[in-house]
Write a protein that binds this ligand. Structure first.
Ligand code: PMP
Length: 398
């Protein structure tokens, strides 16, 4: 679908590592290029036309994000460098100040490092306890399992909407409903979901949401922190400096600007925001429903083909997204990736930053295929052809 929009298609690679980052369409590249070619200036600073144009494009990108996730207000959209920074801001700028020793945060063992390590840090500094939601037989989080670990001390549940190794879609709406009835905040890591499924923060009643531009056809170094306005108002800026202050004097009196600028100190990632806005326009033009449908069908095809191969063990046969993790019997995951690379097929191998998932799944490393709307059956056929013959893999690994 829409393959002609992507200059990277001319390289001849078969790119199946979209969970790591996606390729960028010309539409996005042109928007970024246009900023540097035709209206380079800083944002929020100028009293001249060029800078006003930058302001208007930068703030327009914020409006595009707001509409995309159906936020209530543009003030709820903070540009960050990505999911990782967004989650760190939530942990350190909000929860660090309100959590007390003995409070509990629930995560799962299939979270990405970015949704584990900031909480580990709070455990150290604030004396809070980290608890893990037990996963079911498919390695999924269910509300019933969450209820088993929720106690009166639970203050936060922080989960990926879709995980990056198992690819399961968590029942966020059910979770927020139960959590909010029990005064528990819900943080959602949307890195692997926002690019693939329609997400409505109001309908899901999410308190905080983090995602990255580069996994959704946008540039690297830009992402979003969404928070309900009444919560974001209490987030302490982790960066202090230009742009975010109204005024200060020489006796330490600092007056900060209102949201969203208060949380965006320094020169922002202007090209990033403009690029992300363009990426969202591009995805919306195709339609998120169409994207999800294509990925669902392609996943089905991939899993059916992989399961015909006796020496392949699929870790997440039943899953909801375009992420398929597997191993080839007796062959180290990295060796499989290196073998496929000889044929210009890009897949990821390793623990995929979900380093404690091995406790649940029983294997440390896997080969991961993560598809996007521009992948095709023909590409899957080429992959399957190369994986079918185990002797060929063994011979060519040497
Ligand atoms: N969470 C999940 C589920 C991810 O897959 C990733 C990226 N692999 C991240 C968080 C971190 O995203 P970023 O590196 O863009 O900050």
């Amino acid at each position: 679908m829409n393959r002609e929009d992507f200059p990277m298609m001319n390289t001849g690679y078969i790119y199946l590592d979209n969970g790591a980052t996606t390729w960028k369409p010309k539409y996005v590249l042109d928007k970024i290029n246009n900023y540097y070619t035709n209206y380079t200036a800083n944002a929020h600073r100028g009293d001249y036309d060029l800078s006003l144009k930058v302001d208007s494009e930068y703030e327009n990108a914020r409006d595009i994000v707001k509409e995309f996730i159906n936020a209530n207000s543009r003030k709820e959209i903070i540009f960050t460098s990505g999911t990782t920074e967004s989650l760190n801001i939530i942990a350190n700028g909000f929860f660090k100040e309100i959590l007390e020793p003995g409070d509990e945060i629930i995560i799962s063992e299939s979270e990405h490092a970015s949704n584990i390590l900031p909480w580990f840090n709070l455990a150290k500094t604030n004396g809070i306890n980290i608890k893990y939601c037990p996963l079911d037989d498919n390695h999924y989080v269910t509300l019933n399992n969450l209820k088993k670990v929720i106690t009166k001390n639970t203050k936060v549940i922080s989960l990926a909407h879709i995980t990056n190794v198992i690819g399961d879609l968590r029942p966020i709406k059910e979770i927020t409903e139960f959590a909010h009835a029990n005064n528990i905040f819900v943080v959602v890591d949307g890195a692997q979901s926002i690019p693939h499924i329609k997400t409505d923060v109001k309908d899901l009643d999410i308190d905080f949401l983090a995602f990255s531009g580069h996994k959704m056809c946008g540039p690297t170094g830009i992402g979003v922190l969404y928070g309900k306005l009444e919560l974001l108002e209490h987030v302490t800026p982790q960066n202090l400096g230009g742009g975010m202050n109204e005024s200060f004097d020489n006796v330490n009196e600092v007056y900060l600007k209102s949201l969203p600028t208060r949380l965006e100190a320094g020169t922002p990632n202007i090209e990033g925001a403009i690029g992300l806005g363009a990426a969202i326009e591009y995805l919306q033009n195709i339609g998120l429903d169409k994207i999800s449908e294509h990925e669902k069908n392609l996943r089905k095809y991939l899993v059916s083909k992989l399961s015909e191969i006796k020496h392949i063990d699929i870790i997440n046969e039943e899953s909801d997204s375009g992420v398929v993790s597997f191993n080839v019997d007796g062959i180290f995951a990295q060796d499989v990736a290196v073998y496929l690379n000889k044929y210009k097929i890009c897949v990821r191998a390793g623990s995929h930053c979900a380093k404690i998932l091995k406790n649940e799944v029983g294997v440390k490393n896997t080969v991961r295929i993560s598809i996007y709307f521009y992948n095709t059956k023909e590409e899957i056929d080429k992959l399957i052809e190369l994986l079918k013959d185990k002797n060929k893999i063994l011979n060519e690994m040497l």
